[in-house]
Ligand binder design. Structure first.
Ligand SMILES: Nc1ncnc2c1ncn2[C@@H]1O[C@H](COP(=O)(O)OP(=O)(O)OP(=O)(O)O)[C@@H](O)[C@H]1O
Length: 435
């Protein structure tokens, strides 16, 4: 078969690029130690992908996986179809059944989430997951992001190669159109299954696929190629945006203190926005809208130095403490206020609340004299006395907090370790993690 077919060309380009990038010192695509896991749905795209790569790469280094979402009666039939075809092809095959949250607002999204979660468990260090996304998928993704009002990050659409789990996720067919994929299947007489939900134009993606794109193509026949190029340009722009935000982060952020207000004020408004987005991403939070960003920056930057403005989010709160912005995650604040006094002998780790454990190792390192004592772990109620190591007399806890410069907002969520009704140690490690 001609080597000039777009699908075959895309696969050989991908193999050369991926393998030489990984082994930059050897730079040889004859290195076949790399293994690939092909996400095989049974549709034309992943069928063409698996067929093309199995004609160019050793089959014993390939494995196909079908994810059974258990949502449609035909799912088992598709699994059987994939299995018998892989057997014929001589490629290792596995079915992974997943539970999809059927109450979620979008079934499509929750199926996708379950699918990638399952893949993330099988992609070990250096391994690579391949999916059959093609140029038309890319154009649809770009338009969907555009209609959502996305910026360069969203408009970058789907990356060609990206980190995934312990390894990578690649989309070798991104430069190939759907028509070329179908042509490939026809030439090689490959059978595939058709997902009936793809015709349901109630799904926004399918509306874009079946109504919007065909209409636009009447005027711009090269539409999908052009949109693909737009995505690439946006991806390039996003690299610059992120590099800049990282530089600003390094200049403004101090571990244990937070983001400097003075540093932020020196930046232009767009760079302030970009830096906050970068921080939110680091914290694993959803992207703040332009409106939230505006509110956040004006409240935080314009506050008096001794004011303590706070903005609550679902996952925690953002506060200003003197000249810094700090993030306090939810588990270390509101939930935690209900904590009851707990007895502890310090010999084993103590789980105080969800995700917060005081380790015996921590106590042994900092307060070995307390191990084996009748300790009580509690939150501040007011009026406590604090006794320093080897001190004859106790002082008020309030004085100790002031001396140690614990910010006011932290004082209610610090864990007090008491012996005979006196605070002997203060645990603040859970607050460091939340920054
Ligand atoms: N059930 C499945 N089992 C294995 N792989 C799948 C399955 N469904 C989809 N895939 C993989 O994902 C690729 C894209 O499929 P599809 O366009 O249906 O995904 P999507 O729902 O748009 O989500 P996303 O683009 O995020 O993967 C397929 O070519 C295939 O490689």
């Amino acid at each position: 078969m001609s080597k000039q077919e777009p699908v075959s060309v895309a696969i050989s380009t991908f193999l050369a690029q991926f393998i030489s990038q990984k082994n930059s010192s050897k730079a040889s695509n004859a290195d076949h130690s790399q293994t690939f896991t092909i996400a095989l749905s049974g549709g034309a795209d992943s069928v063409a992908l698996l067929h093309a790569i199995s004609s160019q790469y050793p089959k014993d280094k390939l494995k196909a996986i079908y994810i059974n979402h258990q949502l449609q009666a035909v799912s088992d039939e598709w699994a059987d179809f994939c299995q018998s075809w892989c057997q014929e092809l001589g490629v290792d095959f596995e079915v992974i059944a997943v539970e999809v949250d059927q109450k979620a607002a979008s079934l499509e999204n929750s199926a996708r989430k379950a699918r990638y979660q399952a893949f993330s468990k099988v992609i070990d260090s250096g391994q690579c997951l391949l999916t059959g996304h093609h140029q038309d998928d890319q154009a649809e993704t770009l338009l969907l992001q555009l209609f959502r009002g996305a910026g360069p990050k969203g408009l970058s659409a789907m990356p060609y190669i990206t980190s995934f789990a312990e390894g990578y996720h690649a989309r070798p067919l991104l430069s190939v159109s759907k028509a070329e994929v179908l042509e490939y299947c026809k030439e090689h007489q490959l059978s595939f299954v058709d997902d009936p939900s793809n015709l349901d134009t109630q799904h926004r993606r399918n509306f874009v696929r079946h109504r919007v794109i065909p209409l636009l193509e009447q005027e711009w026949p090269q539409l999908t190629t052009t949109l693909s190029r737009v995505s690439q340009l946006q991806a390039d722009t996003q690299v610059i945006v992120e590099e800049r935000a990282q530089e600003d982060w390094e200049a403004c952020y101090t571990e244990g203190k937070g983001l400097s207000v003075e540093g932020l004020k020196k930046l232009s408004e767009v760079r302030q926005n970009s830096l906050i987005r970068y921080w939110f991403e680091k914290l694993g939070l959803g992207m703040p809208s332009v409106k939230v960003l505006e509110q956040l920056l004006s409240q935080m930057l314009e506050a008096e130095t001794d004011a303590q403005p706070m903005i609550e989010f679902k996952q925690g709160s953002l506060r200003r403490h003197q000249d810094h912005l700090v993030w306090l995650s939810q588990h270390s604040s509101s939930n935690f206020k209900e904590l009851e006094d707990t007895t502890w002998d310090g010999k084993k780790d103590l789980q105080v609340a969800d995700g917060i454990t005081i380790t015996a190792e921590w106590l042994e390192t900092h307060y070995p004299e307390l191990i084996g004592e009748n300790l009580v772990v509690s939150l501040r109620r007011g009026g406590e006395r604090f006794r320093k190591k080897n001190a004859r007399q106790s002082t008020s806890l309030k004085n100790y907090f002031q001396e140690q410069k614990f910010p006011a907002w932290q004082r209610d969520v610090l864990l007090l370790i008491k012996l005979n009704d006196e605070v002997r140690a203060v645990y603040a490690e859970h607050l460091k993690d939340s920054l």
